[in-house]
Design a protein. Structure first.
Length: 239
């Protein structure tokens, strides 16, 4: 995601940029956040690296980063320096569904996975198939790959409907989710039911996902998913 503003990629940096490690500054996730702030007229006055996570296919590449930043807020003409900016690569998320007689009866495909931050009764997250990569395939290609990895269902990319991208938790992380949806057939739904008891995911990355087939109404009534996932489902099923 290269900007037309080449100064952001000047290895020497300027102003508060100089406090940001070069490998963090070069990540698309930092550039998205930084250019959004600059377009709003805000200025990075200083920064301190809190931590960085270097996981992924390329040894040493930055995946997750956190910066304690000192920002000049242009619209309020004040300095704010008590927050940490956290980010990671963007994710592609896919709502797989089959419409029912009503919205609540619409069938929805989720994946269940143990994730350490989960604060749920079963210690798992229940979410739409999705994930991120540090490659250059783009959000749509990533969406199709994630569905195949996490559910075993291989779908043509031409069937994916795009719903745009938004931040998932704007007060926590600067990264975006690119939302897609696919209306699945009876045969595909039956195929997914047959694979419910089989683990999927990239086991070399410690990813193990399990298919869950439910309805939109059941998701709402049981608080099965987090607010971000519920919002994405509402958007995908609104049309």
């Amino acid at each position: 995601m290269r900007s037309t503003d080449d100064s952001a990629y000047d290895d020497r940096g300027r102003g508060g940029e100089r406090d940001v490690p070069l490998d963090v500054r070069r990540t698309p996730s930092f550039q998205r956040w930084y250019h959004a702030q600059r377009r709003a007229g805000n200025t990075l006055q200083g920064a301190r690296l809190v931590w960085v996570s270097r996981i992924g296919p390329e040894p040493g590449a930055v995946f997750f980063w956190a910066l304690h930043v000192r920002m000049h807020v242009a619209a309020e003409d004040r300095i704010k320096d008590n927050e940490i900016v956290l980010s990671r690569p963007d994710v592609s998320t896919v709502a797989l569904y089959q419409r029912g007689p009503s919205l609540d009866e619409t069938v929805v495909v989720l994946v269940r996975e143990f994730r350490s931050p989960a604060s749920t009764p079963d210690g798992n997250v229940h979410e739409l198939p999705g994930g991120s990569t540090m490659g250059s395939g783009g959000p749509l290609a990533q969406a199709a790959d994630e569905v195949a990895e996490e559910t075993g269902l291989v779908l043509d990319a031409g069937r994916f409907r795009a719903h745009g991208s938004r931040q998932v938790a704007a007060t926590v992380s600067a990264h975006h989710a690119h939302l897609f949806s696919v209306e699945i057939t009876d045969d595909e739904l039956e195929q997914l039911r047959d694979m419910q008891g089989r683990p999927h995911g990239v086991h070399s990355d410690s990813e193990r996902t399990w298919i869950e087939i439910t309805t939109y109404g059941e998701i709402r009534r049981t608080s099965l998913v987090d607010w971000a996932t519920l919002g994405m489902l509402a958007e995908a099923l609104a049309g």
